[in-house]
Write a protein that binds this ligand. Sequence first.
Ligand code: S6P
Ligand code: ZN
Length: 184
Amino acid sequence: MKNKILLPKLFFTKDVLTGQNITKSSRKLKDLKGIFKDQEAFDTMDKETLVYDVSSHLPVKEDTPGGLYFGVTYIHPGKIGNEYFMTKGHFHAQIDRAEYYWGIQGEGILILMDEDRNVWGEKMLPGSLHYIPGRIAHRVANVSNQILSFGACWPSDAGHNYKEIAENGFAKRLLEINGIPNLI
Ligand code: S6P
Ligand code: ZN
């Protein structure tokens, strides 16, 4: 290693992450039961429909203090009734851990909720940068008719608390009303 100049191990070109140790995961409709409001519309859809994929670089073991994780999420366009395709959403398990998101392609809304269940949104566009403080639940909805891709960087000891959102949801939903996204 000493005095050697090594080749890069990873590339992040446009919205594509390649190189060593990339982990991929995907969420289909069958993995998102109970997340959307319109159960009837959900029931009519093919449960194998892909809603989003995530490519991540997780260089240290989960829960390692001081490390960082990096990921790119690709949310497909689509709706269940009038509710946009979106991520499950989570608080961090170590609730005070923060995270950066940034928009790469497509258009979305970053939906944020504090512990008192106050909800607000931030438009996500190519080039937009979003600092998500600790103690804030986060979820992203794709409001465009193309894939929405966004980057994320978060501490390796943040973890995910999906249970809270699975049980209680967000206090507001992002619905399309007269062709426009509304937080209701
Ligand atoms: C991890 C980070 C993202 C999400 C991804 C999918 O802390 O926030 O990589 O995992 O956007 O969202 P979710 O809510 O299904 O984990
Ligand atoms: Zn997170």
